[in-house]
Write a protein that binds this ligand. Structure first.
Ligand SMILES: C[S@@+](CC[C@H](N)C(=O)[O-])C[C@H]1O[C@@H](n2cnc3c(N)ncnc32)[C@H](O)[C@@H]1O
Length: 313
């Protein structure tokens, strides 16, 4: 925590003041693969250094200063890619400390990268740093990463969306330091039944969250839950159970660090239906996967691109 205002204070105080409507012009200028200017906000992925993107790896390998998200970024990754860089842990530092630190290093000609865990777009608080830096005249941009719920699905050898089981995915977190009780929607997502609910919060909150779900009408206590501790790390572990018993199992395991909690049938990978894509459609059928209506040949042909885009369904 920094005492008193810094010279970046005006820019930091303006955080969240973006006016709606117009997108930043760079949004339309940029095309994938082009080199961008400024400080990259890189998704480090879930932990395994092999799950850092190729672009992220190139940038981190070249960095002089790496500002990283503390214990959420795996030490294996920092050791493998940042051995020659100065490392700064962002945990416990406010914007008043972080923004001048990154700005000054960038302006003095050092190569700065900001390393967030998973993907910066999910519970990453990256935008407030990016906006404050840009108000200081330091451009910044995002390099995406593999978010931890994707790594957890891979560990569980399942899909987050699964035919006939889960049609939707919710990235969420329960009430706590960063979320007021009235903004906690975990129970609503679980009650919907065909949603895989991915909870981004440490193991300490699992038990209380499950107790609150059990108090709700409409939530089936036998709903499957999988907790993936440190997905993709060397000490990764999986605890499975139901809303009724997972809290106790997690407490017994004694973990106190990052875990992804997946609630819903998809966590088990069981009970799914064969997909249309690799069934009727592949065999020349013309039923529209989305609405079950019959298409004529021309419609089917023009729908091919859409269907191919959805090839993972
Ligand atoms: C502040 S959020 C950051 C999320 C991150 N931006 C992402 O995309 O995964 C931290 C939470 O993400 C989850 N998380 C991050 N890394 C994880 C991992 N390797 N395994 C399981 N959960 C993880 C945990 O729920 C943790 O409490």
């Amino acid at each position: 925590m920094t005492d008193g205002p810094t010279d970046s204070q005006a820019g930091i105080d303006a955080v969240g003041d973006r006016t709606g409507g117009e997108l930043d012009p760079r949004v339309r200028e940029h095309t994938a693969g082009e080199e961008q200017e400024g400080i990259p906000f890189i998704g480090a992925g879930p932990g395994d250094p092999g799950l850092l993107t190729v672009r992220g790896k190139e940038l981190v390998d070249d960095a002089d200063l790496v500002v990283h998200a503390g214990s959420l970024v795996s030490s294996a990754l920092l050791e493998e890619h940042c051995a020659d860089a100065e490392l700064v842990n962002s945990v416990g530092k406010d914007l008043e400390e972080l923004v001048p630190l990154m700005r000054d290093a960038h302006e003095s000609g050092r190569t700065v990268v900001r390393l967030h865990s998973g993907d910066p777009a999910v519970y990453g608080a990256a935008l407030e740093q990016i906006d404050a830096l840009e108000r200081e005249g330091v451009p910044a941009y995002v390099v995406p990463g593999v978010t931890s719920s994707f790594a957890a699905a891979a560990t569980l050898r399942t899909q987050l969306t699964l035919n006939g089981v889960a049609n939707h995915v919710a990235f969420t977190r329960p009430r706590g330091k960063t979320l007021d009780a009235e903004d906690d929607h975990v129970a609503e997502f679980v009650e919907m039944g065909d949603v895989t609910t991915c909870i981004y919060l440490g193991t300490h909150a699992v038990s209380d969250t499950m107790d609150r779900l059990l108090d709700r009408d409409g939530v089936d206590p036998d709903t499957p839950v999988a907790v993936v501790y440190h997905a993709s790390w060397d000490d990764e572990d999986v605890i499975t159970g139901t809303i009724a018993d997972i809290g106790e199992k997690v407490e017994a395991a004694g973990y106190r660090a990052s875990a992804m909690v997946l609630i819903g049938e998809a966590a088990t990978g069981a009970g799914y239906d064969r997909s249309y894509l690799y069934g009727d459609w592949a065999n020349g059928g013309t039923a529209d996967a989305d609405n079950g209506e019959t298409m004529d040949a021309a419609d089917a042909a023009s729908d091919t691109e859409t269907t191919e885009t959805e090839a993972d369904d």
